[in-house]
Design a protein around this ligand. Structure first.
Ligand code: ADP
Ligand code: F6P
Length: 324
């Protein structure tokens, strides 16, 4: 007998491709165990106000391939206060929800920890393109965003090459450089700037560009993470002033958050959604589902959020060596 009878599932914070695939996996796994599922719309706002939709196997059909989230998502300031969390908890009780799945980033997981503390077992699943959730190798949407950004930069390279210019591309990632580093490696960028690493614009960018030019390189791609200390427009100006190479700036923006999820994101989403239901049916909450070395595991939310995640040093060094 399952310890939980009715699961609520919500998406919170910035959306990411693959969130729908998680919702689908949660619903269908729960049904397999004889549990009811309701979708809570618009994140914690929806939980506080009872904004919900009943979900069954058919209502989550035809969504595995879609980006975005069918449950909508939102940021909810009230839920950061105890009063908001208590309102959400009471609403869940009123709706008969006795277990929750929260798909989002670290802010959303603090909300999940608060619900668990109030007595509603809640499991978090990492869904963010930033891949900045410390306890997991992969968050849902990261791989898709890398691919979307890579395709955009490939297109930029065509015109950058034709005009023998320098293109600076700002990619998302909030305070983290995982997206920028991976996109930089995958697109063969001349240089990658990320917030985790100190850089000197003259030495690490301008001189590098000039050295590459001397060796015959006629165009350059520079990937800049949005969390870097210098505004990307300033970096473009400095490159132009120091190298004499005409520099153009492209901010990829929210285009990186859209699109059909990749195989990796769909498969991870499905595995993590199933794992969350397995935990909840045993009445286990306050856990974060993660992927470690290709295995699905889970951590206590506080423990998971307290872990340290550094940039992939090996990849960073390889990137520097092969970017010429
Ligand atoms: P993400 O989940 O992607 O990190 P945010 O940091 O914007 O995105 O958080 C999403 C939502 O999670 C917030 O709008 C709020 O409703 C909730 N949240 C964030 N921080 C906390 C907190 N410390 N306690 C409770 N809820 C929180
Ligand atoms: O956390 C995902 C993310 O896309 C970040 O990379 C970015 O900094 C932020 O959300 C943008 O948020 P908003 O959609 O509120 O502008």
């Amino acid at each position: 007998m399952s310890k939980v009878k009715k699961i609520g599932v919500l998406t919170s914070g910035g959306d990411s491709p693959g969130m729908n695939a998680v919702v689908r996996a949660v619903v269908r796994s729960a049904k397999e165990f004889g549990l009811e599922v309701v979708g809570i719309c618009r994140g914690y706002n929806g939980l506080m106000n009872g904004d919900m939709v009943k979900l069954d196997n058919r209502s989550v059909g035809d969504i595995i391939q879609r980006g975005g989230t069918m449950l909508y998502t939102a940021r909810c300031l009230e839920f950061m206060e105890l009063a908001g969390q208590e309102q959400g908890y009471e609403m869940a009780k009123k709706l008969g929800i006795d277990g929750m799945v929260v798909i989002g980033g670290d802010g959303s997981f603090r909300g999940a920890a608060a619900l668990s503390k109030l007595g509603l077992p809640t499991v978090g699943i990492p869904g963010t393109i930033d891949n900045d959730i410390v306890c997991t190798d992969y968050s849902i949407g990261f791989d898709t965003a890398c691919n979307i950004a890579m395709e955009a930069v490939d297109r930029l390279r065509d015109t950058t090459q034709s005009h023998e210019k320098c293109s600076l591309v700002e990619v998302m990632g909030r305070h983290a450089g995982h997206l920028a580093l991976n996109v930089g490696v995958a697109t063969g960028a001349t240089a990658v700037l990320i917030p985790e690493k100190e850089y000197d614009l003259k030495r690490d960018i301008c001189e590098k560009i000039l050295a590459a030019q001397k060796s015959g390189k006629t165009h350059h791609i520079i990937i800049v993470a949005e969390g870097c200390k210098d505004p990307v427009a300033e970096i473009a100006k400095q490159i132009e002033a120091d190298t004499g190479i005409s520099s153009r700036l492209t901010v990829l923006g929210h285009i990186q958050r859209g699109g059909a999820p990749t195989v990796i994101d769909r498969v991870n989403a499905t595995k993590m959604g199933y794992h969350a239901v397995e935990l909840l049916k045993e009445g286990i909450g306050n856990r974060l589902v993660a992927i470690k070395d290709d295995h699905v595991v889970d951590f206590g939310i506080e423990e998971g959020l307290a872990m340290k995640k550094t940039i992939d040093e090996k990849l960073y060094n390889v990137c520097r060596i092969v970017s010429k």
